[in-house]
Write a protein that binds this ligand. Structure first.
Ligand code: DP6
Length: 349
């Protein structure tokens, strides 16, 4: 017996306050806050076929139409860890197809969109086949929880606009086990916040997230890092509420540079910025000073630059990007992204 095919499209996100360092079962060492994107996303479909015997996970996985063993193994491990919570995983053979809206080599983190899309599919199938009911808020909370077990940053991808993951003295509803949608009202200045991703280098990351987080375990600056992350969370929340662009830009940039400072000073040490990254940073700061236009940068654990700016300055900033920053982008690659409205579901019989 086959069931309906469930398809979820789920976005990537960029952290403004970074998750860096974890403990226990994928629990973050500090709270993080991210912008949900709209253009960079993963579409995953999950179809089920009843098995005769309960034989554990049976998976046929394809990424962009082709078999992909490393991804399939990662997913099988993830699914095995969920068998007790999702009984249907034992009873059905799974066919999973997944594709990204962005090239795999673009240097954009895909685990957030991939793991959130898969978790949403799993939970939707669980509701149908295991006959469970969840109210929307519970549904997204549970999906975020599963996504977190797959990849920490994925927990934040199930919500629109801004998402927050982890306990913080500044957010009552903050929780280490799942992310929540940004709990306060943010200034309309941040509606449709723009994120242009300048691809300085499209090679695979030099350090995997897992190895990266582990670098924090014995880091000489770890204690101070977590104090700083809390203080910056407070500043960012205040900037978002008040529409304070100066505070927003300062907070987001220092946070990104601290992430890299931590990587540079860990053992082993990693320098992930490239000369082009630094050129872009300098030019962005000069442009902001000269024009008073609030454009700032953030970075992931890699060399590519996310430029953040308000929707109402889109035209001027895009001209600046084209005229002054394009030369530092490999193959002139830029992804013009912006605040997204969260995941979307499709059900096909
Ligand atoms: C620098 O979520 O990729 O992008 O939980 O090991 O899968 P795992 O790590 P991952 O780490 C993301 C680190 C970061 C900051 C962030 O997104 O908050």
């Amino acid at each position: 017996m086959n069931t309906a095919t469930i398809t979820w499209q789920s976005p990537s996100n960029i952290a403004l306050i970074k998750y860096w360092g974890k403990h226990g079962t994928q629990l973050p060492n500090n709270a993080s806050l991210s912008l949900t994107l709209s253009q960079a996303n993963t579409t995953t479909s999950l179809a089920l076929k009843k098995k005769k015997k309960k034989t554990g996970i049976e998976l046929d996985f394809k990424f962009e139409g082709k078999k992909n063993e490393p991804f399939a193994e990662k997913i099988a491990t993830f699914l095995t860890s969920l068998i007790d919570e999702l009984p249907f995983l034992n009873e059905y053979a799974l066919t999973i197809n997944s594709e990204n809206s962005f090239p795999h080599s673009a240097g954009i983190a895909s685990s957030a969109s991939a793991m959130s899309a898969l978790s949403l599919c799993l939970l939707s199938q669980h509701m149908i086949t295991d006959k469970r009911e969840y109210k929307p808020e519970q549904f997204y909370q549970k999906a975020s929880h599963y996504a977190r077990l797959g990849s920490g940053s994925a927990s934040r991808s199930v919500y629109p606009d801004f998402a927050l993951w982890g306990k913080s003295a500044h957010v009552k509803a903050g929780n280490d086990k799942y992310a929540i949608q940004y709990p306060n009202k943010f200034s309309s200045d941040f509606n449709d916040l723009q994120d242009s991703i300048l691809i300085v280098n499209e090679k695979e990351k030099a350090v995997s997230s897992r190895a990266g987080h582990a670098l924090m375990n014995n880091h000489s600056m770890a204690k101070q890092r977590y104090v700083n992350a809390e203080a910056r969370m407070k500043d960012l929340l205040s900037a978002l509420t008040k529409g304070d662009w100066d505070l927003f830009c300062t907070t987001v940039e220092i946070e990104a540079l601290e992430l890299h400072a931590l990587m540079m000073t860990s053992n082993p040490s990693f320098i992930l910025m490239k000369p082009g990254t630094l050129e872009i940073i300098e030019r962005v700061r000069r442009f902001r000073l000269e024009t008073k236009i609030p454009v700032c940068f953030t970075l992931d654990a890699g060399p590519n630059v996310h430029l953040l700016y308000p929707y109402f300055e889109k035209k001027k900033v895009r001209n600046f990007i084209q005229e002054e920053l394009l030369e530092f982008c490999t193959k002139k690659k830029i992804i013009y992204d912006s605040m997204g409205s969260g995941p979307q579901l499709r059900i096909d019989d």
